[in-house]
Design a binder for this molecule. Structure first.
Ligand code: FAD
Length: 543
């Protein structure tokens, strides 16, 4: 990256930066991307993992956003069928709730209209009895029926990686654990950045004709490297999820609910053997590096779920893990509640030419990447008269691993090569057609087909693949983002930490000191998570 000037340097390796890099590289521009932590280490691995039109935005009249997001849902279901899966939702309607049953009924119609009736399936209204049949655990009192509608679920961190890999395949250079610490402005115009390798401490200057700030909740602090007086673009809000064993709730569908605590829309979402409940939405002006769940967040989520599934009687001791992220939302011009702040995005150019992308959603990342790449292409055209790089057809180009519509074919092919069905399904869901590469690894070395942790379908082949093909550099990268064992395993994957570190040491040539340090860092993360939950359990009683 530092060897020759780039057309574009992207700062930030979340979904937004990844989408910008992909679009620009596909236009034939020379692109570099750096991210100060792991790829998707920020908000892009702490979302609700939904690719959705955003039913709840209808309440605020955000029709344009719902229309755009619904179209993107369609695009992603086609271009990343391995990572974006249709998900059936049930929205139970209760008499006397903040949103009356007829309003839910009407909203679901509008939701289908805004998707141009091209959602996975049209919505359906279920009677009270049909609702009970579908979800017997739902609170009976006041139940008027339910709307069944469709959205999609993804793996946010892996979707980000897929965009980055597509960018790399189109020629982009990408590096994680590399932070931009300053901007170079030789003649007052931004012409690159000083970057620091977080793992080695080395620094370089990267020269670039355009620089994009795609640092999500960090965009304002990065803008201040350019102009210390730059006004904030964001009003970030914190969102928390808790993970519980799915059997404790006993639900089949994804559930949309109105929290009885404050009437907010929330979700209970199935994810294999676990369910995650979220999210909160509270103003947060703290550092994005320090965002954490609090005991109150956990209690609020559990109480909300318990009110709708009374038999679940979820208590803090049931919580396997939590995650918290900051939404990089655009600051509104007038005072609004956190839930009303728009999820739309904006591209802003500073006096010195730094291009910042702020706001947006996981769902609309492709459009955000395109809008920024349009601006970059126009700037390069103005600067050196080169032809305007045309837009690539990202609405049709599949993401890596997505070049197969029928995933069952892949599952059958893996099973035919002696991969047990749960493992085959997991591999196909995570890697799509690239699961063949993992099956090849397992065929060459059967030990790689063993589970990393007994009872979970993640196999050792994923450690090798994560390091060799997905730039996993640290133990946390493998156990938290390439796989999600940290969140899904009741032991937070701690039993796997030493052997996975050993394997990574072999692959990455770590010395003993580095290996020990990686294990210690991971285990302190686990310890923090455990202490937090023990503290919440001690301090509270959930009604
Ligand atoms: C709780 C929650 C739930 C959500 N649920 C959904 C959902 O279900 N569906 C949906 O569509 N959207 C959802 N969103 C929104 C979506 O997750 C975010 O809009 C999106 O992930 C933001 O991505 P980003 O790339 O802009 O930011 P990030 O993912 O935070 O990426 C920014 C990156 O910049 C890097 N960085 C920071 N400073 C520097 C620097 N100086 N140099 C280099 N790199 C730097 C960071 O390391 C980070 O990786 C949710 C958000 C939250 C918080």
């Amino acid at each position: 990256m530092a060897a020759a000037p780039l057309d574009l340097l992207v700062l930030g390796g979340g979904i937004t930066g990844a989408a910008v890099a992909r679009d620009a590289a596909l236009r034939g521009l020379s692109v570099g991307l750096v991210s100060k932590g792991d790829f998707a280490g920020g908000t892009s691995s702490h979302s609700s993992r939904l690719i959705h039109g955003g039913l709840r935005y209808l309440e605020h009249g955000d029709l344009r956003l719902v229309f755009e997001a619904s179209r993107e849902r369609r695009v992603l279901l086609d271009t990343a069928p391995h990572l974006v899966h249709p998900l059936a939702f049930l929205f139970p309607a209760y008499r006397g709730a903040r949103v009356a049953p007829w309003k839910i009924f009407a909203a679901l119609w509008l939701y289908d209209v805004l998707a141009a009736f091209r959602n996975v399936h049209p919505h359906r209204w279920l009677s009270r009895r049909a609702t009970r049949r579908e979800e017997p655990g739902l609170r009976e009192k006041g139940l008027a029926g339910a709307g069944r509608y469709w959205d999609a679920q993804t793996d946010d961190a892996r979707l980000t990686l897929a965009n980055l890999r597509a960018a790399a395949q189109a020629g982009a250079l990408a590096a994680n654990y590399v932070e931009a610490t300053g901007l170079s402005k030789p003649d007052g115009q931004v012409a690159g950045a000083t970057i620091r390798d977080q793992l080695t401490g080395e620094t370089w200057t990267v020269r670039a004709r355009t620089v994009v700030n795609a640092t999500g909740p960090w965009v304002d602090s990065l803008r201040r490297l350019d102009d210390p007086a730059a006004p904030p673009l964001l009003r970030p809000t914190k969102g928390v999820h808790v993970v519980v064993p799915r059997a404790r709730i006993g639900h089949t569908n994804a559930i949309t609910l109105l929290s009885p605590v404050d009437g907010r829309v929330m979700f209970i979402l199935p994810w294999g053997e676990v369910s995650y409940i979220g999210t909160t939405d509270t103003d947060d002006s703290g550092s994005p590096d320090e965002v954490r769940a609090t005991g109150e967040d956990v209690i609020y989520l559990l109480r909300s779920a318990n009110a709708v599934f009374p038999q679940a009687r979820l208590a803090p001791k049931d919580v396997i893990s939590t995650w918290a992220g900051l939404r990089p939302l655009l600051a509104p011009e007038r005072t609004l509640s956190t839930a009303q702040v728009s999820r739309e995005h904006r591209v802003v150019e500073s006096q010195s030419g730094l291009i910042t992308i702020a706001g947006g959603k996981l769902t609309t990342h492709r459009v955000m990447g395109r809008d920024v790449a349009d601006r970059v292409a126009a700037r390069l055209h103005e600067a050196d008269g080169r032809p305007l790089a045309p837009r690539p057809p990202t609405d049709r180009l599949v993401l890596p691993g997505g070049d197969i519509a029928d995933l069952e074919v892949l599952v059958e092919s893996a099973r035919g090569r002696d991969i047990p069905e749960p493992v085959a399904r997991h591999l196909v869901r995570a890697y799509g057609s690239e699961s063949a590469a993992l099956v090849n690894l397992i065929e060459r070395d059967r030990a790689l087909g063993r589970p990393i942790i007994e009872g979970h379908p993640e196999t050792w082949a994923e450690v090798v693949h994560g390091v060799e093909r997905e730039m996993a550099m640290r133990l946390t990268d493998v156990l938290i983002r390439r796989t999600h064992l940290f969140y899904e395993d009741p032991g937070h994957g701690s039993s796997a930490a030493p052997p996975v570190a050993r394997k990574m040491a072999e692959l990455l040539d770590w010395d003993q000191g580095r290996e020990t340090e990686e294990i210690a860092d991971y285990l302190s993360e686990v310890q923090r998570a455990r202490e937090f939950m023990t503290g919440v359990a001690r301090a509270s009683r959930v009604s």
